[in-house]
Design a protein around this ligand. Sequence first.
Ligand code: NAP
Length: 547
Amino acid sequence: MNTQHAEPEMLDALIIGAGFSGLYQLYCLREKLGLKVKVLEAGDSVGGTWYWNKYPGARCDSESHVYCYTFSKELTEEWNWSERYPGPDEIVSYLDHVTDRFNLRHNIEFETRVAAARFNEKDNHWDIEVDSGRLYRARYLITAVGCLSSANVPEIDGLKDFEGQWYHTGQWPKEGVPFEGKRVGQIGTGSTGIQAAPVIAQTAQHLTVFQRTANYSIPARNHKLNTEDRSSHKLNAAATRELTRNNSNGHGWLISEKQALKTSAEERTDIYEKAWQTGGLKFRASFSDLLISEKANATAAAFIKKKIHQLVNDPETASSLADIDHPYAAKRPPIDTHYFETYNRDNVELVDLRKTPILRITKDGVVCHKPDSKGQRTEKHHHLDILVFATGYDAITGTLLRMDIRGRNGLKLSDAWSAGPRNHLGLQVAGFPNLFMITGPGSPSVLTNMPAAIEQHVEWISDCIAFMIEQNHTTIESSESSVESWVNEGNAEANKTLLPSVRHSWYLGANIPGKPRVFMPYTGGLDKYRNICQKAADENYKMFVIS
Ligand code: NAP
């Protein structure tokens, strides 16, 4: 850390990231607690995830009337969403509006990336350095960096030789990418790839989708909202707020209490069919036992696989798409707009990487291994002008660990988490006083509608800091024993579900070579988590070490 630089800027709290979390945290600490706060943001605008993810077809899979803040009735009343699911431009416009409405912009420094943060034990503050060398000093440091902000570009032999253009969906150029007349290759068929392929296919001369693991997807059934839809959402906003704050998933619906295994096959199919026609993530709420019983899950999986075969004309392509190796929704379940139907287009080809793995990238395409009829090894060259990596993220911990954060005794966060992330309530790491993480590992985060989880975290952190100030305390941190019990509780909750069983899941960090394989999100549900956090606050944070 460059201590030779000019005097640091003195703050009460420093927040990293100007997405949903950072903006609300800024608002709470400044407006409710009157603190001197600054947000540092790497991008040149607010928006977080949605600032970077402008790839073709990008769209939120939470419905717009719940993918928003609920803390201000006036804000809810005045903002009008245009579609059932908002796209990145509309979400960034919304966050821009919030920034201006609550006069937040002057507390944000854009194009400023945090490089390092050190806890100073003598004076109990954080020293923070950004990439330009500028320094800040703050009593509290709050990470609001999102869960999916470190792009994962796999190391495939030959990428550096590729003479076309290549892009990662999570770092999409603002000006867009023209596909007209181009042969495009897309690697990855997660939520992002499933959204991108249908849109790329509309203008590209040819699209080759490289699929390693086949995936379930449910139709999103996006549509424009009319005045009536919007009035109804606004009329029900208070009830929706109650619902999203007090259920397990933070969405505007409850998980059915019916069990798939206690429902007749005929009624079950009926329920799945209705959910398929309605569209969206609510499909996974059709029955209560889908994520805890393999047998129950298999009924949903079979329904979706049958749909894939009905939607895709070519039987071989349909078989590759439906050859799914994990339970439904045990990996993050995508929703789509005409994904499977896209493979009926003449200009779209699916390459099943389990049958024909990628060998290397060349200057003008991708070479796959293709066994011939005698099982001999041959090679197939897919000629490409543009390569799109829809290959996901070093999720949840990636961005936290890319910053050089050091706590007491110079302990590096990367060392504290060398065997996987460990913290208490997903909020605080032992040995890192006054550092709070919004939607970090160990919290419900990506298993919920994110703004609901974010509001809970921000409000809890704000109350905690208010308590610290009122009581004249200086530092708050987790104890090793509370971390240990939270890690155990997280593992116990995860093991009640089918989620940890999936081989390639980014929930487990398994998509990143060398990343410790630990199930990261808290699966106990947002409602249960909220109560646990509230109890900790009601007990005056006695589980924490306060000085
Ligand atoms: P992802 O779910 O991690 O999917 C990455 C895809 O790339 C997978 O198909 C993966 O295959 C493939 N892949 C990775 N490395 C590869 C390699 N070396 N060779 C071939 N294939 C490779 O990432 P994502 O689709 O970007 O989605 C990440 C998360 O972002 C989602 O789960 C969701 O939470 C969020 N998201 C949300 C929305 C929304 O709100 N609508 C939209 C997009 C994304 P394997 O499965 O075999 O590893």
